[in-house]
Design a protein around this ligand. Structure first.
Ligand code: B1M
Length: 211
């Protein structure tokens, strides 16, 4: 039987090959992908963050952990994204300017796809003008911004201001999220919604487009 502790450690210590092999084994055994994400994969990334804080890990170790996580997630994402239904709305999503963290954003994007949204993923380190271009071109119902660094959170505010200045803010709802973001901060910068994880992001997205 697939060992979730081993999956956790493989991600934490950047062993992509083992992480992918255990994920394959777990999926073949029909273990719920959400269980893999929440009980092994996200805790491993959180622990990598703790080790980074106490200088046991440095950037190369974080990169290896991220590579292992992404390898395993690649197998899971199609399962999260499979919906087959007509799109219920369009979402433009990206990690804000200056921020390279894209794992959480990718999870949110896959869950939104799985919930029936058409998702236009702009990637990471996305400046405000690319969000504006995407809003004009893709005509989304919702713009989603992710930030993982306290120093990049203000780019969410700048992007909302830029959407305003470009005259497109009224055409879309805006949702923000990412580990350092709070509901209070979301309200303060004029976002319409906030979610703290990929599942609540789906519920919030549904609520925002229904409003
Ligand atoms: Co960085 N990093 N990192 N890092 N990194 C953090 C974020 C940090 C908390 C680590 C720590 O010190 N404990 C810290 C930030 C501290 C702070 O700002 N207060 C940090 C730092 C300091 C840095 C650098 C500055 C380090 C350096 O160079 N000295 C640097 C900055 C680079 C940059 O962005 N410009 C850096 C670099 C990196 C790597 C590139 C090496 C790598 C990222 C690789 C990648 O993403 N492709 C990395 C990693 C892996 C992490 C940690 C360890 C893990 C992040 C992760 O993937 N988590 C992280 C520590 C941690 O998070 N505990 C850390 C798993 C992921 C599933 O969770 O992204 O939170 P998360 O997403 C969640 C929710 O937040 C939410 O749903 C997701 C799923 O549940 N969510 C949303 C996310 N977006 C949402 C949007 C929504 C709604 C919900 O609506 C729109």
């Amino acid at each position: 039987m697939a060992d979730l502790n081993k999956l956790h450690d493989a991600i934490l210590y950047g062993d992509q090959k083992t992480a992918v092999a255990i994920t394959e084994e777990a999926l073949a055994e029909k273990i719920d992908p959400q269980k893999l994400i929440h009980e092994a994969m996200i805790p491993a990334m959180n622990e990598a963050g703790k080790k980074f804080e106490c200088e046991e890990f440095f950037v190369p170790e974080l990169l290896l952990a991220a590579r292992a996580m992404k390898g395993a997630l690649k197998l899971i994402q199609p399962l999260l994204a499979a919906s087959g239904a007509e799109p219920i709305g369009t979402v433009v999503i990206g990690t804000v300017k200056g921020d390279l963290h894209d794992i959480g954003k990718n999870l949110v994007a896959s869950m939104l796809e799985g919930a029936g949204f058409r998702v236009v993923d702009l990637g990471a380190d996305v400046p405000a003008d690319r969000f504006i271009e995407a809003v004009e071109k893709e005509k989304p119902n919702l713009v989603c911004m992710s930030a993982l660094l306290t120093v990049t959170m203000p780019a969410m505010k700048t992007t909302i201001e830029a959407l305003n200045q470009a005259g497109v803010r009224g055409k879309v709802k805006v949702m923000v999220g990412g580990a350092p973001v709070t509901p209070e901060y979301a309200a303060e910068i004029g976002a319409d919604g906030y979610a703290d994880n990929a599942s609540t992001a789906v519920a919030k997205a549904r609520e925002l487009i229904a409003a």
